[in-house]
Design a protein around this ligand. Structure first.
Ligand code: SF4
Length: 393
């Protein structure tokens, strides 16, 4: 297939769903975790769950970079922006996430702080060049996909001799989070979350390759299928996982062969290794403190490390008591289990990060399902067909 519309084809989706239905064992359940929020949104947008047999369950994972950032780290960014000599640059979603004491970067900006929304780290470099009398800090978040561009920006800042640019680094690692889920009491002891296999993120895997997932398949006996973000990608990945489970296999398979290789992008990996090193531990919203799950800037680039340049301390912070983001990120609860979902907490008035982010599970539920669930295949495939038409497919 060549064009994106082909990955949204209604007839192929129906055929794939029918084939899957014949392969699923009616005598068992299949619980498959889609790690990435991008998959969660694709699943809801195209009604993928409704194309699956009722005993194939999709569990939403923690792969949303905005959602997993703990409030304490956001509070540090808010504190950074309090300095009148600082321009804080951030991706748009982060601006609206509520921090401690009902503060957010958006509210701080309304109170006069210089906080700018950027689409890339490179934009922050330009802002630093244009404002030599200000300290420009880029609030870096994200998984392995966004880490190489941050490394490029730091190298570029060094080459340009920029003295007023730094990065507040919050980059995190996918494999560590998957391991944390598999080691969690919810999965191992309590049985509150069942994960038979993983739909792995394709964008992350274009960088790290499929190799890092071999460990989970072998050590935890959980199959992983790396999948793209179109509805046919997800359907095919589910079918591949179902086949593995039926055959008692636990292997890493690559559905996204159009972008992912076993070893990944070696050049990007080398760049990341040049600029960043592992933190001993990093706190995640929902998962708690996860060993070796985050990156920090190496000492040789300390001049561009906001945590080395400014007196920043992460203080204990508390979630809003009503917010279930933590449990949702662990796959223990669904957004609709939160009693303020859709009434108090909405995208216009988000109480937790999962309602803010374009990859958050609560935002996906609100956007695509709050008025009810299409529960027959016709309705779901019609939705795919309508999207086809809109995409010119
Ligand atoms: S609906 Fe809002 S308050 Fe509830 S879990 Fe989601 S983000 Fe948190």
């Amino acid at each position: 297939m060549k064009y994106i519309s082909e990955f949204r084809d209604k007839r192929v989706a129906s055929a794939l769903a029918s084939a899957l239905a014949t392969e699923v064992d009616p005598g068992r359940d299949y619980s498959l975790m889609e790690f990435c929020g991008g998959h969660t949104h694709a699943i809801f947008r195209y009604g993928v769950q409704d194309l699956l047999p009722p005993n194939v369950h999709l569990v939403h994972g923690p792969g949303c970079p905005v959602c997993v950032l703990p409030i304490g780290r956001l509070d540090m960014a808010v504190a950074l922006a309090d300095n009148p000599d600082t321009i804080l640059c951030s991706y748009g979603d982060m601006l609206r996430v509520p921090g401690s004491r009902k503060r957010s970067l958006l509210k701080s900006r309304a109170q006069g702080r210089d906080i700018r929304m950027v689409y890339s780290c490179a934009e922050a470099i330009g802002i630093a060049q244009d404002n030599p009398d200000k300290e420009v800090v880029f609030f870096a978040i994200g998984f392995e996909t966004t880490t190489p561009p941050t490394a490029v920006a730091i190298r570029q800042a060094e080459q340009l001799g920029l003295r007023n640019f730094s990065v507040f680094c919050n980059h995190v690692l996918t494999p560590s989070a998957i391991q944390s889920i598999l080691d969690s009491p919810d999965v191992r002891k309590l049985g509150t979350v069942r994960v038979d296999g993983f739909i792995g993120p394709s964008h992350v895997s274009t960088i790290i390759g499929s190799r890092p997932y071999d460990f989970f398949a072998q050590e935890y006996q959980r199959p992983v299928v790396i999948a793209g973000f179109e509805p046919l990608d997800v359907l095919q990945a589910v079918r591949m996982l179902v086949r593995q489970l039926n055959e008692g296999r636990a292997e890493v398979e690559n559905q996204f062969t159009r972008g992912v290789t076993h070893h990944g992008n070696l050049k990007a990996q080398a760049l990341v290794a040049e600029v960043f090193e592992l933190r001993r531990s990093f706190e995640w919203r929902g998962l708690g403190v996860v060993p070796y799950s985050g990156l920090r800037i190496k000492k040789k680039y300390a001049a561009f490390d906001a945590e080395a340049r400014f007196p920043l301390v992460q203080q204990p912070a508390h979630e809003n008591k009503a917010c279930e983001c933590g449990a949702i990120l662990r796959g223990v609860k669904k957004p609709t289990d939160c009693r303020i979902f859709g009434n108090v907490c909405t995208p216009r008035n988000p109480i937790g990060s999962c309602m803010v982010s374009s990859e958050g599970a609560c935002a996906a539920y609100y956007k695509y399902r709050r008025h009810g669930t299409p529960d027959d295949i016709t309705q779901a495939t019609d939705e795919i067909g309508a999207t086809d038409a809109a995409a010119g497919g």
